[in-house]
Design a protein around this ligand. Structure first.
Ligand SMILES: Cc1cc2nc3c(=O)[nH]c(=O)nc-3n(C[C@H](O)[C@H](O)[C@H](O)COP(=O)(O)OP(=O)(O)OC[C@H]3O[C@@H](n4cnc5c(N)ncnc54)[C@H](O)[C@@H]3O)c2cc1C
Length: 338
């Protein structure tokens, strides 16, 4: 690990000042970085993937771990709220069940006790080529994505190229399904970013980062609006090891169903299959105005995966994800399945 300066600010203004770099556009992996639970940042530092000159510890900033709100007002979740706090929060469980399920699906109690929602959204990809210290892949400034033709069982089937990472966060898909946004403070002030616009594809020319945050910017809060879909939301995740693992595939789904049983609106977001949490707008549009039954779910599942382009070793993700889409929709739509 490269030596770094350690700072302990007690408020956001101070934190942002400490995160500022002299050079605008400095290498994002060498610029000062904020640290929350530290579970990912310290790992990437140990492997020289990130080499920040300074680490700015956010945990001394009071009040950044609050969870406030309810079904009517929506939720405001401080960036330092841990996954355990989210999973155990009664209001989240009752009114935003998919969010509680997603938090609970992460790793182990120890990791959830330390991991924060801000860190979870900003954690770096798990592709093993990216994580290997000696491999300088495309995302580390190299010239090649080794997963494209190598060991790509865990990589992207949607939205890949030129890098084929998948986004590792379990909270990102459900927060996107719930139409959440993040409040950010940085050297140029405050801004609000819809999660829809937060994550970036490798093809969008931002290969070294996975989101639109600039050096020096810190997420302070995650805002989940009140929505008629929130109470009927779920997160289903398939992992190779049931004890703890990242998603091979996951589905966040939320629907609003009228008293006549007709879907008024639907959101489907896939996890573990694309470099960003992947929305399925065709499937969502198809569901709107329909009464859910097994055939409709099967058709929606097909549409959600339309455009999938598996690599040599990950075609299994297509039927796996279709099954998860069907199951998630059956759950939120109360549809009995065989
Ligand atoms: C063994 C293991 C298994 C895991 N399994 C899963 C899993 O199945 N699903 C899953 O979703 N996650 C998983 N995780 C990730 C874990 O849940 C944490 O979310 C993750 O480690 C990051 O949280 P943290 O608070 O420790 O962030 P940190 O390590 O402190 O930060 C992570 C990154 O986010 C940046 N960052 C942190 N906070 C902010 C902020 N407020 N604003 C801007 N940038 C910020 C940091 O600079 C760093 O780049 C796993 C982690 C481990 C170690």
């Amino acid at each position: 690990m490269k030596a770094f300066e350690w700072s302990n600010p007690t408020n956001i203004t101070e934190a942002v000042k400490l995160l500022q770099t002299a050079a605008q556009g400095a290498d994002p992996d060498e610029a000062p970085r904020p640290m929350a639970g530290g579970q990912d940042l310290l790992t990437t530092n140990k492997h020289y993937i990130t080499r920040p000159t300074r680490i700015v510890n956010l945990k001394g900033i009071r009040g950044l771990d609050r969870i406030e709100g309810n079904a009517k007002r929506g939720l405001k979740i401080g960036a330092l709220a841990t996954l355990t706090q989210i999973e155990e929060n009664e209001e989240v469980r009752r009114s935003f069940p998919g969010l509680a399920e997603a938090a609970l699906s992460v790793a182990t109690p120890q990791i959830r006790n330390l991991g924060t929602i801000g860190g979870n959204l900003c954690q770096r990809p798990r592709c093993w080529y990216y994580r290997l210290e000696d491999v300088i892949c495309l995302k580390k400034g190299g010239s090649q994505c080794y997963a494209a033709t190598g060991e790509n069982k865990y990589n992207a089937i949607l939205g890949g190229g030129p890098s084929f990472i998948v986004h590792p966060s379990d909270l990102a898909p459900i927060l996107l399904a719930l139409n959440a946004s993040v409040a950010v403070t940085g050297p140029s002030g405050n801004r609000q970013i819809a999660l829809e616009k937060f994550f970036t594809l490798p093809s969008e020319g931002n290969l070294r980062r996975e989101n639109v945050l600039q050096n020096g910017e810190v997420i302070t809060e995650i805002q989940v609006p009140s929505s008629r879909m929130a109470a009927r939301s779920t997160y289903l995740k398939f992992k190779e090891r049931s004890s703890l693992d990242f998603a091979l595939s996951a589905v966040a789904a939320a629907v609003e169903v009228g008293t006549d049983g007709v879907v008024k609106q639907a959101r489907i977001v896939l996890g573990g299959v694309a470099p960003v949490p992947w929305r399925a707008p065709e499937a969502e549009a198809f569901l709107t105005g329909k009464k859910l039954d097994a055939n409709i779910l099967a058709e929606a599942a097909k549409l959600a995966l339309r455009g999938a382009q598996p690599l040599e070793k990950n075609a299994y993700k297509v039927p796996l994800t279709q099954t998860l889409v069907r199951r998630a929709l059956a759950k939120v739509g109360n549809v009995a399945t065989a």
